[in-house]
Design a protein around this ligand. Structure first.
Ligand SMILES: [Ca+2]
Ligand SMILES: [Ca+2]
Ligand SMILES: [Ca+2]
Ligand SMILES: [Ca+2]
Length: 460
């Protein structure tokens, strides 16, 4: 068995994860097999292939082909029940033409961790608006300035309660009026947050969505469900959802995707698939050969990504840094260093890092993440802590920066798509304020939106 891997919600509660799926007989319909925990058969693997045929590779290794990643040479395969994933991965990595082989990391129900603050029902619309977070990131100073008009923020999470009074009017819509969202767990167009109660799995996405909505009052939200009501998900669906979010209609020339993607989740182990797709959605492949994965071939999806990126349809990715209280734990893809993405850790009302906040060297940016009030399913309010609550402030402020003209921008053209994702991310990092007792900097909406130095008031 490989070492346990994790796909986690970046809240106070952290998922414990199983590397292998359960037993049972495989389903016959290989085109529509959903990726995820609880699936029949053994562990799932993800391979990226060069000059080798997936069918013969699968046959010679006793694997079932489940799915292809769009039109990329990336495949999801399943071991037989009881198969030894580590041994098969090692063997596959030795096969000529197998460019990468990794586990489709699986997740399970989160368990609260003792060190962290747990979640509580409470609050109301007034305390949501007046809580400490907005003042801490200087949102009142830019009230009415660049409120995020026309910006779409995708929330990849447990879904969103789309009937919540604070969110119902804030959803991105398709031309026919339907919500622009997607449920990658159930494979449908209804990404409702299935929870009616609030715990580590239920209501997480609704809480996160409420914070992005608060930080960018004119931006609209794209709810994308990648974790089930138990908070379980896997890399494959997350990668599929990322790719969908920047081009929902599958036409790279139309501008229908997210400008900002919020990832209040992550994995403890690096994965090639997440790194590749994060670089693709942020349009990070700028060496002009359109070959995103560097295998020397330009596949159809890479060609589409080049068209999309040439049109400026990339997204900034704001990802939670994690809650291990660690200066060494990495959470991916936030830790990958993809230029158009950032890892965001939690700060507290004392302008410090709370004990649970991760602070590895790649983490440069913090935002309010302790005792944060936001929306929960059923029209209510709840208080939660974690870097999951920090990331959406950064997503919201990124949306607001996108409403301003970039340096050297052309005032005669629409502003939104003149920004490159990496320049938005850099703006948030450069125009920020020092936290106390650390070199990590706090998100600063006024500095970022107005392009001014951060509020470096001395620490008490
Ligand atoms: Ca659904
Ligand atoms: Ca499109
Ligand atoms: Ca390239
Ligand atoms: Ca390629």
């Amino acid at each position: 068995m490989p070492s346990p891997s994790r796909l986690t919600l970046m809240t106070a509660a952290v998922l414990s994860l199983a590397a292998c799926g359960g037993g049972g007989s495989p389903t016959a319909d290989t085109d529509r097999v959903p990726a995820g925990a609880g699936e029949a058969g053994g562990a799932e693997l993800i391979v990226r292939l060069g000059a080798v045929d997936v069918a013969s590779l699968a046959a010679s290794n006793g694997l079932t082909v489940l799915d292809q990643f769009g039109r990329r040479p990336i495949w999801r395969l399943r071991l037989p029940a009881g198969g030894d994933a580590a041994a098969v991965l090692e063997r596959l990595r030795g096969v000529s033409g197998v460019l990468n082989a990794e586990l489709n990391q699986q997740s399970q129900t989160p368990e609260a961790r003792a060190r962290n603050v747990v979640w509580a029902i409470g609050g109301d619309a007034g305390s949501y608006a007046s809580q400490w977070g907005p003042a801490a990131v200087r949102l009142p100073q830019v009230e009415g300035v660049a409120p995020g008009t026309g910006v779409r923020i995708a929330i990849l999470d447990t879904g969103v309660d789309m009937t919540h009074p604070a969110l119902a009017g804030r959803l991105a819509r398709r031309a026919d009026g339907r919500v622009l969202g997607r449920d990658f767990v159930d494979g449908d167009d209804d990404p409702s947050d299935a929870g009616s109660r609030a715990d580590a799995g239920h209501g997480h996405g609704t809480h996160v969505a409420g914070l992005a909505a608060l930080a960018a009052p004119d931006a609209t939200l794209m709810p994308v469900r990648v974790l089930d009501s138990q908070g379980a998900g896997n890399l494959w669906v997350l990668a599929e959802a990322l790719a969908w979010a920047v081009d929902p209609d599958g036409d790279p020339t139309t501008d229908d995707g997210a400008h900002v993607i919020n990832l209040s989740l992550g994995t403890a182990q690096p994965t090639e698939l997440l790194r590749l797709i994060t670089a693709s959605v942020t349009c990070g492949d700028d060496d002009d050969d359109d070959d995103e994965d560097g295998d020397g071939e330009v596949d159809d999806d890479e060609r589409d990504a080049a068209v999309r990126c040439a049109a400026g349809h990339g997204a900034v990715v704001m990802a939670a840094a994690g809650n291990d209280g660690s200066d060494s734990v990495l959470n991916h893809p936030g830790a990958e260093g993809v230029p158009g993405s950032r890892a965001v850790t939690a700060s507290n009302a004392q302008r410090q890092l709370p004990g649970f906040a991760n602070r590895a060297s790649h983490v440069k940016l913090a935002a309010p993440g302790e005792q944060i009030i936001s929306t929960v399913p059923g029209g209510g309010w709840g208080v939660w802590s974690g870097s999951s609550m920090a990331a959406p402030w950064a997503s919201g402020v990124a949306a607001r920066v996108l409403g301003t003209l970039p340096p050297g921008g052309d005032a005669s053209r629409p502003t939104l798509r003149q920004w490159r994702p990496e320049d938005v991310a850099k703006r948030l990092e450069d125009r920020s304020a020092l936290l106390c007792g650390t070199s990590i900097r706090q998100l600063d909406a006024a500095a970022a939106v107005l392009d001014l130095p951060g509020d470096d008031t001395p620490c008490p």
